[in-house]
Design a protein around this ligand. Structure first.
Ligand SMILES: [Fe+2]
Length: 249
């Protein structure tokens, strides 16, 4: 079974379209999104429809929880970020809001996969430190011993961790990085962000996982960054948020 896994689209239609074309070339059996389709970018309506069109199954990110009122927007302290979330909330159609509200916090498959937004133990946790990775792998082994690979998002940084080793940011950042997994280990894997990469590479990121071969492909795709920035400028978003797309941070 081939899974296309995407995370943190963040209402960036230009990035999503480039990734979608790459996904169609890869011919996956299933498409999974790890949450945060909306927020930050200027195309929430188009992105929610596009994810639906791909027949992607997905989970709820913190941005979906903000716009559906599950989590209060008061916890978002940055004014520039809050404005983009309000923009998504106000733009989405009622049927789209209902769809987003019904997304689960986790999906587990019977072939040993788990999909979450933040971490296995906490949907809001940013997996960034060695200790946090180790604690979550221990958590998986204790509470969900059948999980072989847990895919997560939220940090917008491609990463792969086992109990012994954490690889993050992938210094060389090639457009395709293929990693063979080992059957006996437990993995945490972040495909990176489609719409707002933060590993100093501006290209859109996603991952293809072949569960038969047990191989993860980390993929990067160039997209029309200037086009996405023009939409954000037209929506009146903060200059810093617009500029960071071309920096990949
Ligand atoms: Fe996000």
């Amino acid at each position: 079974m081939k899974y296309a896994i995407l995370a943190d689209v963040h209402a960036n239609l230009e990035a999503f379209q480039a990734v979608e074309a790459d996904i169609r070339r890869a011919k996956p059996d299933r498409v999974i999104h790890l949450g945060d389709i909306v927020g930050y970018g200027a195309s929430p309506v188009e992105c929610v429809d596009a994810v639906r069109h791909l027949k992607a199954k997905g989970i709820c990110g913190n941005h979906e929880r903000y716009i559906t009122g599950v989590t209060s927007l008061e916890v978002v302290s940055r004014e520039d970020k809050r404005r983009t979330i309000e923009y998504s909330r106000d733009a989405l159609r009622p049927d789209q809001l209902l769809d987003l509200k019904s997304l689960p916090l986790q999906i587990a498959t019977d072939d040993g996969l788990l999909f979450v937004h933040g971490s296995p133990r906490n949907e809001d946790e940013y997996l960034l430190t060695y200790e946090a990775y180790q604690e979550n792998i221990q958590y998986l082994r204790t509470t969900m011993p059948d999980v072989h690979v847990c895919f997560f998002g939220h940090t917008h940084v491609p990463a792969m961790a086992t109990a012994a080793r954490v690889e993050s940011k992938f210094e060389e950042k090639p457009d395709l990085q293929v990693v063979q997994l080992a059957d006996s280990k437990t993995y945490l894997v972040n495909p990176g962000s489609v719409g707002q990469p933060r590993d100093r590479c501006a290209k859109a990121a996603w991952a293809l996982y072949d569960s038969t071969e047990d191989v993860v492909e980390f993929r990067r795709v160039a997209y029309d960054i200037a086009g996405a920035q023009r939409r954000m400028a037209a929506a009146g978003f903060d200059e810093k948020l617009i500029h960071r797309l071309e920096l990949g941070q």
